[in-house]
Design a protein around this ligand. Sequence first.
Ligand code: ADP
Length: 462
Amino acid sequence: MKIVFCASEVVPFAKTGGLADVAGALPIALENQGQEVIVVMPGYKAVQNVKNIKSIRLNDKISYSIIGKNVKVYFIENDKYFNRDGLYGDKNGDHPDNLERFSYYCKEALNLLKEINFKPDMIHCHDWQSGLIPVYLKTTYSQDQFYKNIRTMFTIHNIGYQGLFSRQEFPKLGLDWSLFTMDTLEFYDKINILKGGLVFSDLITTVSATYSKEIQTKEFGFGLESILLKRRESVSGILNGLDYSVWDPATDKFIAKNYSLKTVSDKGKCKEDLQKACKLPLEKDIPLFGIVSRLAEQKGFDLLAADIDKICKLKAQLVILGTGDLKYHQLLEGMVKKYPKVISLNLKFDDCLAHKIYAGTDIFLMPSKYEPCGLGQLISLKYGTIPLVFKTGGLADTVNKDNGFIFDKYDPAELLKTIKKSIEVYKDGKKWPDLRFKAMKCDFSWAESAKKYIELYGKKAK
Ligand code: ADP
């Protein structure tokens, strides 16, 4: 099959979260299973800064690089839209012209296919930034023979981000006003791009089985539950895999000492290295907790904030890496001042430090309120760092009492109780190695998930 991946961030070119990991790894897993795949993404300023990867110019507005054996990643360039800092926004918030930026990207992605004469069986779109592709395909491009019979799949990586814009901006899309209705792109008098993607695509997927059910409910659907319920025959969930060529403590280039199941005691050297790097006391026998995350309420920071004082008084240490909401920056900065020997706070995006945290900590905190799939817990399992999670979405599908700690009532007291329990187990010389063994044995490689996608690409829409 010929498949086009359309995603607004792709590892190793540009990343703000898990979408980039998926869009960089799944195409290669599909290629390994005999599929012909290309990827199309915006040519951000960040892309030009990626070293060690050659880029080849196709014309004045498109260049490409190769990942895997021969997966071409095409960059849609436009100085006005993409030659700036921040993929979606900067310190002042979202870029004000995001609607124009991503509608340009969507149209140019479709134009590119014709230009390079790549007629795919399936265009696989990801998140709202590529949500207009199924819309344009079924409207603006529907009379063009080249685009006939191309099917679309839309994958929701997080339904909380929908691409909402004021109705005044609608003319910028170049679509007829008849598409601004409750059944199409209109959402409480605003434009909702994600909704357009869901309505116009042939198939809808999300990144875990549990989340695919959750988003059909009022609690998790962010207002789009009725659309998803209506299309439930076309909705399915496929768990994300993990790219073990990037995330494996046995080969990881960023960590102080490589280790595997057989040499897991070397993990201690990574702990010491992390404590040094984070200027924490070199305590090897007290548990070191880690967080690598966007600092957002979704990630459970409201629970952590509620009891952070009590958590800091436990006999433990905590390394946090992330950026996000100002209120959590401020709260955590206050805590660091109060407990400098307990917390290390790193308010930045830092891939190298992320690797060191997965390797050097003992327990990975991820009490997300909702979590479509989650990569942090999959990475930490591989590194023998025990995940502590709330039972939701992909966390519920990948963590259980045999490989981690899981609580099922979203409440600060439950989180605190579970943290205390994890500290008890950490001290248990038999239970702890057993838990770590089972965690490291888990296998979430892409091959299985890629197989499921291939099966689905061939399925008819209902
Ligand atoms: P999200 O909802 O943000 O996509 P995921 O758990 O699916 O959450 O994926 C987050 C990815 O981004 C993981 O690979 C995680 O290690 C990485 N990440 C998040 N914040 C940072 C940061 N501040 N520095 C480095 N990597 C980060």
